[in-house]
Design a protein around this ligand. Structure first.
Ligand SMILES: Cc1ncc(COP(=O)(O)O)c(C=O)c1O
Length: 453
């Protein structure tokens, strides 16, 4: 099992030839999920004492399992937040696996950590963060929000040690569900601020909400979470106003730019992020709009030293990792320990293709969103919900209820036209296109819009 023998060589040849086939699909097929009955009929449990010939196992993967997965990198995948990794990043992911890297510490993996830190610095520079900024790659935005807010809580506690009010986080009614989950895991209150027509959180809306109820006087607000690119609508909160509020109230400002952070690269929308440079922390998920394979998110702190004090795990067997003066340990900057060096595929791909190619790919999504919204406005059976801010377009099909949206959605996936599921805005069903895939074309958009007539 651990020797490079004939069996391993055969596995490698099978896997490589299949990988080449998968990577050369242009574009990747959409495919579909199947029922449990389908798997009961077409696949069998292969886990047994003696093992199986590799062809048996791999054939089951190729002929039954793989086709039962909706391809998130198909340009026809427009639901949730798609993932469309560059070819170089996907291929380099194989190298990261084969390298058997443990990206936990500088001592174990300085080469990998150095390269990852180059990318962390590049992202920090996009947000104009200072030199002492730093962070690490983690599995996703959810863990990034949690890790940053745990540091924010410690920042508050250090200057308010005698305060035993209930701790609270402020965010908008458009913030990602992971912010609510984080508050629940941290056993904090969450103050959800209703947003006005433009759905943007700003200092005014926070003050208005805080004045609404006396119960807030019993809360100690330790963090404001702004979103730069809300998931459902692509809203970027008013970061200038929120950074002023945070400064005046001595509150930690965390920016959840999990989806929208990539927009920092585009001069077309960079102004929307003004104020991010004053945040205390932010996250960006390269597995979203920076074309890295799952799972890859970055959490970055204005001053990484407090984060290291909060998150570095201490144990007799680990202390040696902290005596090293060189570099830093990615494990010290988030709620995790052992970790895949998941920033390396992005490092490789960025270095190969160059930043300009990334900017171009991001701007293609902005253009597609603009094209789709103009088309929607022109079609009498559709109603654009709002002008797209980034690359999310939300609209309604006149006269349809949830069931009709669902029926249409299932039919389109069955026909391999698109994977677009209904979403809810203000409790009303809508359709939502999340443009992230650089292979998206105006022809695909036209084809989908026609199917809605
Ligand atoms: C704005 C925002 N924040 C956080 C998350 C959570 O990220 P992840 O799914 O990587 O945990 C998402 C996911 O879509 C998101 O859009």
């Amino acid at each position: 099992m651990h020797k490079f023998d004939d069996k391993v060589a055969r596995i490698l040849l099978n896997v490589l030839s299949h990988t080449i086939e998968r990577l050369s699909l242009d574009p990747p097929t959409l495919d579909n999920s199947r029922t449990v009955d389908f798997f009961n009929e077409n696949a069998k449990c292969l886990i047994c004492e003696e093992g199986n010939p590799i062809e048996t196992v791999f054939n089951q993967y190729k002929s039954v399992l793989e086709e039962s997965i909706v391809s998130i990198d198909s340009p026809r995948f427009l639901s949730f937040i798609p993932v469309a990794p560059t070819k170089a990043s996907m291929i380099f992911d194989l190298v990261v696996s084969a390298g058997s890297l443990n990206g936990t510490s500088w001592q174990e993996a300085s080469g990998a950590v150095w390269a990852e830190n180059q990318v962390i610095r590049w992202i920090a520079d996009l947000a104009d963060f200072p030199e002492e900024a730093g962070g690490c790659f983690i599995s996703g935005g959810t863990l990034g929000n949690l890790s940053a807010l745990v540091v924010a809580r410690e920042f508050y506690r250090r200057s308010h040690s005698s305060n035993n009010k209930r701790l609270a986080i402020v965010c908008s009614d458009q913030a990602h569900s992971s912010v609510k989950s984080t508050a629940s895991v941290m056993d904090c209150e969450i103050i959800v601020v209703p947003t006005a027509q433009n759905r943007q959180l700003n200092s005014q809306s926070i003050l208005k909400e805080l004045n609404k109820s006396n119960k807030y006087k019993d809360y100690a607000i330790f963090a404001v979470v702004a979103t730069a690119g809300t998931t459902n609508l692509g809203i970027v909160d008013d970061l200038e106003s929120l950074s002023r509020y945070a400064e005046q109230t001595d509150t930690w400002l965390h920016v959840d730019a999990a989806y929208g952070g990539a927009g920092l690269l585009s001069p077309k929308v960079r102004h929307l992020y003004d104020g991010i440079e004053k945040a205390d922390s932010f996250i960006v998920d390269p597995h979203k709009w920076l074309f890295a394979p799952l799972d890859c998110a970055a959490v970055i702190y204005r001053d990484k030293s407090l984060a290291a004090e909060v998150h570095a795990q201490k144990a007799g067997y680990l202390d040696v990792l902290h005596q090293d003066e060189e570099g830093n340990n990615p494990s010290d900057y988030a709620f995790h320990l052992s970790r895949r060096a998941r920033g390396l595929p992005l490092w490789f791909s960025l270095s190969v293709y160059g930043v300009a190619s990334y900017r171009e790919a991001i701007e293609h999504s902005l253009d597609m969103a603009r094209y789709a919204s103009e088309k929607i406005i022109a079609l009498p059976y559709l109603r654009l919900f709002m002008e797209p801010i980034l690359s999310v377009v939300v609209f309604e099909r006149n006269g349809w209820d949830w069931d009709e949206y669902k029926r249409w959605s299932t039919e389109q996936l069955k026909n391999q036209v698109c994977y677009v599921v209904p979403s809810l805005v203000d409790q009303k069903p809508v359709l939502r296109f999340a443009f992230l895939n650089p292979e998206m074309t105006t022809e695909i958009i036209d084809e989908i819009l026609v199917s809605l007539e």
